[in-house]
Design a protein around this ligand. Structure first.
Ligand SMILES: [Ca+2]
Length: 194
Protein backbone atom coordinates (compact mmCIF):
# COMPACT_ATOMS: atom_id res chain seq x y z
CA UNK A 1 0.00 0.00 0.00
CA UNK A 2 2.74 2.36 1.06
CA UNK A 3 4.70 1.45 -2.04
CA UNK A 4 1.68 2.31 -4.29
CA UNK A 5 1.22 5.68 -2.61
CA UNK A 6 4.90 6.45 -3.01
CA UNK A 7 4.72 5.52 -6.70
CA UNK A 8 1.71 7.76 -7.25
CA UNK A 9 3.40 10.58 -5.40
CA UNK A 10 6.52 10.15 -7.54
CA UNK A 11 4.46 10.22 -10.76
CA UNK A 12 2.55 13.35 -9.69
CA UNK A 13 5.78 15.04 -8.62
CA UNK A 14 7.37 14.24 -11.99
CA UNK A 15 4.36 15.66 -13.82
CA UNK A 16 4.50 18.86 -11.75
CA UNK A 17 8.22 19.26 -12.55
CA UNK A 18 7.65 18.69 -16.29
CA UNK A 19 4.69 21.13 -16.45
CA UNK A 20 6.64 23.76 -14.44
CA UNK A 21 9.63 23.46 -16.75
CA UNK A 22 7.45 23.85 -19.85
CA UNK A 23 5.70 26.88 -18.33
CA UNK A 24 9.03 28.52 -17.49
CA UNK A 25 10.30 27.98 -21.03
CA UNK A 26 7.10 29.42 -22.49
CA UNK A 27 7.26 32.53 -20.26
CA UNK A 28 10.95 32.97 -21.08
CA UNK A 29 10.25 32.74 -24.83
CA UNK A 30 7.48 35.32 -24.50
CA UNK A 31 9.46 37.83 -22.43
CA UNK A 32 12.77 37.71 -24.34
CA UNK A 33 12.64 39.08 -27.84
CA UNK A 34 16.06 40.52 -28.61
CA UNK A 35 16.19 41.81 -32.17
CA UNK A 36 18.95 43.43 -34.27
CA UNK A 37 17.44 46.75 -35.39
CA UNK A 38 20.20 48.63 -37.26
CA UNK A 39 20.64 46.68 -40.50
CA UNK A 40 20.01 48.94 -43.51
CA UNK A 41 19.00 51.94 -41.36
CA UNK A 42 20.23 55.47 -42.22
CA UNK A 43 23.88 56.01 -41.31
CA UNK A 44 25.75 59.31 -41.23
CA UNK A 45 29.23 60.43 -40.22
CA UNK A 46 31.29 63.50 -39.36
CA UNK A 47 33.25 62.78 -42.57
CA UNK A 48 34.12 59.94 -44.90
CA UNK A 49 36.98 59.12 -47.22
CA UNK A 50 36.34 59.91 -50.88
CA UNK A 51 39.18 59.73 -53.36
CA UNK A 52 37.12 60.55 -56.44
CA UNK A 53 33.60 60.01 -57.81
CA UNK A 54 32.44 56.44 -57.20
CA UNK A 55 35.42 55.87 -54.96
CA UNK A 56 34.29 56.36 -51.40
CA UNK A 57 33.83 54.56 -48.12
CA UNK A 58 30.54 55.98 -46.91
CA UNK A 59 28.77 55.44 -43.56
CA UNK A 60 26.26 52.97 -45.04
CA UNK A 61 29.05 50.36 -44.95
CA UNK A 62 28.50 49.88 -41.21
CA UNK A 63 24.94 48.56 -41.65
CA UNK A 64 25.30 46.55 -44.89
CA UNK A 65 26.15 43.35 -42.97
CA UNK A 66 28.96 42.65 -45.44
CA UNK A 67 32.26 42.15 -43.72
CA UNK A 68 34.69 41.38 -46.51
CA UNK A 69 37.36 43.94 -47.33
CA UNK A 70 38.22 42.73 -50.79
CA UNK A 71 39.43 46.03 -52.14
CA UNK A 72 40.87 49.21 -50.69
CA UNK A 73 41.81 50.65 -54.07
CA UNK A 74 38.48 50.81 -55.90
CA UNK A 75 36.12 51.70 -53.05
CA UNK A 76 32.46 51.62 -53.98
CA UNK A 77 33.24 50.45 -57.51
CA UNK A 78 34.12 47.07 -56.01
CA UNK A 79 31.54 47.21 -53.24
CA UNK A 80 32.13 49.51 -50.32
CA UNK A 81 31.59 47.33 -47.27
CA UNK A 82 33.04 49.59 -44.60
CA UNK A 83 33.26 53.20 -43.53
CA UNK A 84 36.45 55.25 -43.38
CA UNK A 85 36.99 58.69 -41.91
CA UNK A 86 38.68 61.31 -44.06
CA UNK A 87 42.47 61.41 -43.68
CA UNK A 88 44.14 62.17 -40.37
CA UNK A 89 41.22 63.23 -38.20
CA UNK A 90 39.00 61.94 -35.45
CA UNK A 91 35.23 61.85 -35.83
CA UNK A 92 32.17 59.67 -35.60
CA UNK A 93 29.71 57.47 -37.46
CA UNK A 94 26.14 56.89 -36.31
CA UNK A 95 23.07 54.89 -37.15
CA UNK A 96 19.50 56.11 -36.73
CA UNK A 97 17.27 53.17 -35.82
CA UNK A 98 14.29 55.49 -36.48
CA UNK A 99 12.49 55.06 -33.17
CA UNK A 100 13.41 55.07 -29.51
CA UNK A 101 13.89 51.48 -28.39
CA UNK A 102 15.30 49.81 -25.27
CA UNK A 103 18.83 48.91 -26.37
CA UNK A 104 20.37 45.97 -24.58
CA UNK A 105 23.41 44.95 -26.63
CA UNK A 106 25.86 46.40 -29.18
CA UNK A 107 28.35 44.68 -31.48
CA UNK A 108 30.97 46.28 -33.69
CA UNK A 109 33.70 45.21 -36.11
CA UNK A 110 36.79 47.30 -36.82
CA UNK A 111 38.34 47.73 -40.26
CA UNK A 112 41.90 47.46 -41.57
CA UNK A 113 41.12 48.99 -44.98
CA UNK A 114 41.52 45.79 -46.96
CA UNK A 115 44.95 44.90 -48.26
CA UNK A 116 46.10 48.50 -47.86
CA UNK A 117 46.24 47.80 -44.11
CA UNK A 118 46.74 51.47 -43.35
CA UNK A 119 43.58 52.53 -41.48
CA UNK A 120 41.83 51.33 -38.33
CA UNK A 121 40.22 52.64 -35.18
CA UNK A 122 42.51 52.21 -32.17
CA UNK A 123 40.57 54.09 -29.48
CA UNK A 124 36.81 54.72 -29.39
CA UNK A 125 33.71 55.34 -27.34
CA UNK A 126 30.04 54.63 -28.02
CA UNK A 127 27.15 56.90 -27.02
CA UNK A 128 23.35 56.55 -27.22
CA UNK A 129 20.89 59.42 -27.64
CA UNK A 130 17.13 59.80 -27.94
CA UNK A 131 17.37 63.10 -29.86
CA UNK A 132 20.56 62.80 -31.94
CA UNK A 133 21.95 66.09 -30.61
CA UNK A 134 24.86 64.61 -28.60
CA UNK A 135 25.20 67.83 -26.63
CA UNK A 136 25.21 66.24 -23.20
CA UNK A 137 21.91 64.35 -23.27
CA UNK A 138 23.61 61.18 -24.51
CA UNK A 139 24.66 58.13 -22.48
CA UNK A 140 28.20 56.89 -23.03
CA UNK A 141 27.97 53.11 -22.69
CA UNK A 142 31.43 52.00 -23.77
CA UNK A 143 35.05 53.20 -23.97
CA UNK A 144 37.79 51.05 -25.39
CA UNK A 145 40.96 50.47 -27.34
CA UNK A 146 41.55 48.08 -30.25
CA UNK A 147 44.96 46.97 -31.48
CA UNK A 148 45.50 47.12 -35.23
CA UNK A 149 45.17 43.68 -36.83
CA UNK A 150 44.36 42.16 -40.22
CA UNK A 151 42.31 39.54 -38.37
CA UNK A 152 39.55 41.74 -36.96
CA UNK A 153 36.97 40.21 -34.64
CA UNK A 154 33.57 41.41 -33.45
CA UNK A 155 33.52 43.06 -30.04
CA UNK A 156 30.38 43.50 -27.99
CA UNK A 157 28.83 44.91 -24.85
CA UNK A 158 25.70 43.70 -23.08
CA UNK A 159 24.23 46.63 -21.16
CA UNK A 160 23.58 46.02 -17.46
CA UNK A 161 20.17 47.65 -17.94
CA UNK A 162 18.40 48.72 -21.16
CA UNK A 163 19.06 52.25 -22.46
CA UNK A 164 16.26 53.80 -24.50
CA UNK A 165 17.69 55.50 -27.58
CA UNK A 166 17.21 56.12 -31.29
CA UNK A 167 20.73 57.19 -32.31
CA UNK A 168 23.87 55.09 -31.76
CA UNK A 169 27.11 56.96 -32.33
CA UNK A 170 30.57 55.38 -32.55
CA UNK A 171 33.36 57.92 -31.95
CA UNK A 172 36.87 57.36 -33.33
CA UNK A 173 39.11 58.95 -30.70
CA UNK A 174 42.44 57.65 -32.06
CA UNK A 175 43.35 55.92 -35.31
CA UNK A 176 46.07 53.91 -37.04
CA UNK A 177 48.28 55.48 -39.73
CA UNK A 178 46.03 57.34 -42.26
CA UNK A 179 42.76 57.28 -40.32
CA UNK A 180 39.98 55.45 -38.51
CA UNK A 181 36.92 53.57 -39.68
CA UNK A 182 34.45 50.81 -38.90
CA UNK A 183 33.15 47.80 -40.81
CA UNK A 184 29.99 46.95 -38.86
CA UNK A 185 27.78 48.29 -36.07
CA UNK A 186 24.94 46.12 -34.77
CA UNK A 187 22.29 47.31 -32.32
CA UNK A 188 20.04 44.91 -30.39
CA UNK A 189 16.81 46.00 -28.72
CA UNK A 190 14.46 44.13 -26.43
CA UNK A 191 11.23 44.29 -28.44
CA UNK A 192 9.22 42.58 -25.70
CA UNK A 193 9.55 45.62 -23.44
CA UNK A 194 6.76 48.23 -23.46
CA1 LIG B 1 30.08 46.32 -43.48
Amino acid sequence: MKKTRRSRFAVILSMIIVISTMACRLISAQTEKIVEVAEGKPATASSFYQGRENYSFSPSGIVDRKTNELSCIFGVEEGNTYWLLADHRTGWVQVDIQENLPIVRLKWLNTHNGDCADRATTKYHIALSQTGEFLGEESVVQNGEIEFTMDVKYEEIILSSPVTARYVRFYVDEYYDWGGGLNELQVYADMSMP
